[in-house]
Unconditional design. Sequence first.
Length: 375
Amino acid sequence: MQNENNVNEMTAGGGVLVGPDLAVPSAEGRTAENVRGAFPWIPLARLGCFFGLLIGAMFVVNAMISTGLRRIKTSAFGAENLIMEGKVNADVVIAGSSRALAHYDPRTLASVTGKTAFNVGRNGAQTDMQIAFLNAYLEHNRMPGVVIFNLDAFSFVTSTHVFDSVEYMPYIQDPVLYNALKVINPNIWKSRYMPLYGYVVEDMNMTWIQGLKGFLGIYPKEDFYLGFNPRSKKWTNEFENLKESQPEGVSFEIEPAGIQDIQDLIQECQRSGIQLIFVYSPEYREMQSLTTNREEIFAKFREISARYDVPFWDYSDWRYAGNTEYFQNSQHLNAEGAAVFSDDVARRLKQFLQAPNSANVSSRGGEDGSRVATH
């Protein structure tokens, strides 16, 4: 009787006793094993579903970030969104590097000339990327009457990488921008086709947070005015540190590809009927002597200007070029300096536009201390 009870206890859990201490799976257990044997791909399918859901979620989050950045109405992305949505359509467009971005106040130009104006300058951009973004502007907006293109000592140096590429991620599908980015960075395709790559791998500033905030309608503080980004910083000892670190001075290469970029810009403006004006905005006077090949660079500016009959307004001798009260550093004016310079340029531009023959104005120096190339 005791043995019989033991048998009953051992079989109660669904097993069948076959010999001492040996249980055989029940019918239900054998069925599960048979299913796994007949369909060995089920675990793989579950794994595939997991990764599929993960990738899908990544695409959704990427779309939320891009949408959020495109919704922003303030600061850098706000200005970019106006451009890419074709909502600017200014009469006068200012293009160039961060020096253009921080030196030209379109509000002043509009007030003095009576022409609408907008600034499309780009932080950290070389001439090739500056022109690429200008081309994107021209693709989406009405053609301006005038383009002021700010020149730099490094204007003939081409890009080795895309500075702060996340700025272009919301519009990475735009063919004009994408094709230009691809020339500089052939791997930019990863940011276009791989979700979150451009926001997580390529960006260390965590701009994706700003994108998610924008998706929820939370925008950054306004610090761009018709594309113009004034700098509030005052002069520091940064330039003294530069002089100590570069006792032999600095030089900038004149690359054939950089020259071609400038020539392509000229030809595009001429084809489109746009009056192009080259301007070298103020830089701190001591920096001019620190650039060892500055004369060679400016000789090339004047040569190209004369060959294509493009006015070249040189503010190297700006009346405040030696006054640090108007500069943030050796290359950039502060907000006070930008206000004075913008007024100078606006008055020169008004004079230029009102002249019966603009060449008469472009061959004279300015009362503000600027020099203009004679053709």
